[in-house]
Design a protein around this ligand. Structure first.
Ligand code: NAD
Length: 537
């Protein structure tokens, strides 16, 4: 084999440090904050709810940090009625007022970034610095969406008074007939969300749907209920009227109750492909009797990067490692497969392993400012990643690098950690669907590296997946890189980059990665219906 994949079993892990006391102090403070957030919300929202109780577990410590009452069918239905009523008034509120509320929400995200970040860390284990970066990105997302909606005249859907036309609405006018299109809010949006970026995901839908005059029923993941409750309280403090944005807490059954609602305007779903399939079926179930909501499905990915022979290997390795290991690999657009040209495979893998070692050296307590890799969201998630890696090795793949496993006695050991891992070897080549590691979404810090002979083989291998979220090409030739990206069945392509989501560009997947888009002008339009008007003078 030309590529000399070396085995790196480097005992490089950070040894147990005396951070246990600090970690516990931080965790207790964040736990108290979560309890306050949830209790405050609970008095108003959950008091009469009879549903199940959600137990929130800190994945870094295994401790239950909060118990949250879940909604049920009845409370979801009540909230829907209230949202429908509030939406009509909100849609006729001057758009500039709606935009101002959202800008205050963005400011609140910035002002409270430290507290919000601590809560994210406590609920789902994201390292504190990455959690704070998420909150600040959420604020920028809100501001950018509001700016787009205002500058593109999308926020002003209901501003035209009777007899006036909305700006830019006339598409064609002949002597006798004028053809116009107007935009109107869809009504009530059900947003069923994932736990991996709780504030960022909520912010995108809240901004797009609210600035255009809709109401939102937001179901945060049952793994991040405190973050979910915070979104509602910040929007309320920012001036969004009661009923316009409400939280429905709970798990799959509460999500199902939302989908069952007759008369929803739209469903914005972020989650796994499997759940997405249920949502899509539910959305069209009643189409003959009651119509169907506009539906956007933002699902999982199995994203690939290709390192061409002409790539800058240093920056490709650093960028790919960060794309694979940030948030412990729990990103929809995390890099999960790397295809590298044979001629540069050996030096590239060496650099990738060096980068992985640095990530591994920053594994630990996620409340520690120096830590970049914390636990996965729960023990089950860590076991799923372990099973994929073990199967790949059993089927003949090679362990290129794996950080040391956390062990009992290490402060951070709670079973939800999985070490930075790179798997390679000839067995993986040409058979992405033979291994769960390369076939499924891994959603953990495990990366597969496969050697290819040329661009053709890279394109074929990258496309050999049911998913289609993003893909990256690393090359000094932008023209070739872009032409390769055009041949890939993905919603987003990157040249010499990965794992970037701008609020200015539409975001959506192909295949099992979903349909419809969020973000950008196109994403805002997901929450508006167009009405065509023919006016004979
Ligand atoms: P999940 O599918 O398990 O759950 C997502 C949400 O759906 C949760 O709120 C859950 O309670 C709810 N739900 C579960 N079953 C339901 C049902 N039958 N009916 C209605 N609602 C139901 O996903 P997750 O583990 O929370 O999130 C991780 C997934 O999200 C990954 O696949 C990730 O790639 C994906 N994701 C995608 C994007 C994107 O932009 N494409 C962004 C973030 C996360």
């Amino acid at each position: 084999m030309i590529l000399r994949l070396r085995r790196f079993f480097v005992a490089f892990g950070r040894t147990a440090r005396a951070v246990y006391t600090d970690a516990m102090t931080n965790a207790m403070a964040a736990t108290a904050r979560i309890a306050r957030v949830l209790t405050g919300c609970g008095r108003r929202t959950f008091a009469s709810v009879r549903g199940d109780v959600i137990h929130v577990t800190n994945p870094a410590t295994g401790a239950v940090v909060a118990r949250v009452s879940a909604d049920d069918d009845m409370s979801v239905a009540r909230k829907f009625v209230e949202a429908s009523r509030a939406q009509r008034k909100w849609a006729s509120t001057p758009a500039s007022d709606r935009a101002a509320c959202l800008r205050r929400y963005a400011q609140s995200l910035k002002d409270n970034a430290n507290d919000l970040a601590s809560e994210i860390t406590t609920e789902m284990g994201k390292p504190r610095t990455q959690a704070k970066a998420e909150v600040l990105a959420a604020a920028r997302r809100v501001e950018a969406i509001v700016d787009i909606a205002v500058s593109e005249n999308l926020a002003f859907a209901r501003d035209a008074s009777p007899g006036e036309t909305q700006a830019d609405s006339v598409r064609h006018a002949s002597r006798r007939l004028e053809e116009r299109v107007e935009l109107e809010p869809v009504g009530v949006v059900a947003h069923i969300s994932a736990w991996n970026y709780p504030h960022l995901l909520a912010a995108g839908v809240a901004a797009s749907a609210l600035v255009t005059g809709n109401a939102v029923l937001h179901k945060p993941s049952e793994k991040t209920p405190a973050a979910g409750a915070r979104v509602e309280s910040m929007l309320s403090e920012a001036g969004v009227p009661k009923g316009v944005f409400q939280t429905c807490q709970g798990g799959p059954s509460v999500g199902a109750s939302l989908i069952e609602l007759r008369g929803l305007g739209a469903i914005a779903f972020t989650g796994s492909a499997e759940t997405g399939a249920n949502i899509a079926r539910g959305a069209v179930r009643d189409v003959a009797r009651a119509g169907a909501p506009k539906t956007v499905l933002e699902l999982g990915g199995n994203d690939a990067a290709y390192v061409r022979r002409d790539a800058s290997l240093d920056s490709a390795a650093a960028s790919i490692a960060s794309g694979a290991f940030e948030n412990a690999g729990q990103g929809c657009c995390a890099i999960e497969r790397v295809y590298v040209h044979r001629d540069v495979a050996a030096p590239f893998v060496e650099k990738l392993v060096d980068a992985a070692r640095i990530w591994h050296s920053k594994t630990g307590d996620p409340t520690d400012a120096g830590v970049a890799l914390g636990p996965l969201v729960d023990v089950a998630a860590a076991r799923r990643v372990a099973a994929q890696v073990t199967e790949a090795i059993d089927l003949g793949a090679e362990m290129v690098y794996q950080g040391t496993m956390m062990s009992p006695g290490n402060h951070a050991y709670q079973g939800a950690y999985y070490p930075v891992t790179i798997v390679g070897g000839a067995a993986l080549r040409g058979a992405p669907r033979a291994f769960a590691l390369t076939r499924e979404e891994t959603f953990g810090p495990a990366l597969a590296v496969v050697v290819v002979d040329d661009d053709e083989e890279a394109v074929e291998s990258m496309n050999d997946t049911k998913y289609g979220l993003t893909a990256s090409v690393f090359s000094r030739d932008e023209g070739i890189a872009v032409s390769l990206l055009r041949r890939l069945r993905v919603g987003t392509g990157y040249v010499n980059a990965c794992n970037v989501v701008s609020p200015r560009l539409p975001w959506g997947g192909r295949g099992a990665s979903g349909f419809g888009v969020s973000l950008g002008k196109e994403g805002i339009l997901s929450f508006l219906n167009s009405k065509s008007l023919y006016v004979r003078g």
